[in-house]
Design a binder for this molecule. Structure first.
Ligand code: ZN
Length: 312
């Protein structure tokens, strides 16, 4: 039988669900399969099979399309993570400490892992596209994509549950939302409280963990509730966009180029520039929910006060 040309039948026979973990098939313990890939189209590993990738306009456009698909995939997974979080919140409101939350947590964790793995591909791919845009030819670009994503995915998957989640922003959001249902005026314990210790976990890792402080959801600069929260990627601190951009602008004006703006959080001396600010929608959403909840509680207290006065 003649071997069909490379592109023959591409639409039907070659389209198949992606196995995100094909790269680590030599591992005994395979992580769970991705769950949203079945109806994905237009993305096959073969798209990138060992060809040198010249920096032509067409290639960059084609690759940018795939890159966008990865971004869409991340958004879809994010929706699942948020749905799991909302479900857990509802469970906690209706029946506190229900074991069902642990089942929902499993779904959330699996989705978070999937998100982080697609994110690895998204980032590596983005870097390659940037280089192509800069006019560099990438010989063996596909090999590099495979190699880098494989190494980073393996590194991520070899982590323990605790290592994966104790600083994960999605998991923090998940636990924070559940915590606030019953403890609106109390700081949340460190995330490791909910993450079992495995043999591979260091014994003293908790000493350095954040937690126990009461989240007030106020911008450390404006001292008002967050508005359009942004995170500085150099140090991780978050602010309301207007407040921090105002500070950066005024520092730049008053000091010309002799002094660079520094992060205003006490004890943090990291440089801070607009280019390093990224939106922090998770924090913004938490902040909004916190405010709404406080308002609701204040209203309830008012109602109760009215009830008491009527009893008199
Ligand atoms: Zn900082």
């Amino acid at each position: 039988m003649a071997i069909p040309p490379r592109n023959a039948g591409a639409s039907s026979s070659r389209r198949r669900p992606i196995d995100d973990h094909e790269d680590i098939s030599d591992e005994d313990e395979r992580p769970p399969k991705p769950f949203i890939m079945d109806n994905e189209e237009g993305w096959t590993k073969e798209t990138f099979v060992d060809r040198p990738i010249p920096a032509s306009q067409t290639n960059v456009v084609a690759m940018a399309t795939v890159h966008n698909r990865l971004g869409e995939m991340m958004n879809m997974i994010k929706e699942t993570i948020n749905q799991a979080r909302d479900a857990a919140q509802t469970i906690e409101e209706c029946s506190p400490n229900d074991d069902k939350i642990l089942e929902v947590e499993k779904i959330a964790m699996r989705a978070i892992e999937q998100y982080r793995i697609v994110e690895i591909k998204y980032k590596v791919f983005g870097e390659i596209i940037q280089e192509l845009r800069a006019g560099q030819d990438l010989v063996g670009g596909e090999g590099r994509f495979k190699q880098e994503t494989k190494a980073k995915t393996e590194e991520y998957m070899s982590k323990t549950i605790r290592q994966k989640f104790k600083e994960d922003a999605f998991y923090e959001d998940f636990r924070q939302v559940i915590w606030e249902v019953k403890h609106p005026h109390e700081g949340r314990p460190p995330l490791s409280t909910w993450l079992p210790r495995e043999d591979a976990d260091e014994s003293d890792d908790e000493d350095f963990e954040v937690g126990g402080t009461l989240q007030t959801y106020r911008c450390p600069l404006s001292l008002l509730p967050y508005e359009d929260a942004v995170r500085s990627t150099t140090c991780g601190h978050s602010f309301s966009r207007k407040a921090i951009e105002g500070l950066i602008e005024s520092t730049a004006k008053s000091h010309r180029d002799r002094k660079k703006p520094k992060c205003p959080v006490t004890g943090c001396n990291h440089e801070i520039t607009k280019a390093f600010l990224e939106p922090n929608p998770e924090l913004q959403a938490r902040s909004d929910r916190f405010l709404a909840q406080q308002k609701k509680m204040a209203e309830q207290e008012e109602d109760e006060a009215v009830d008491i006065s009527q009893d008199d």
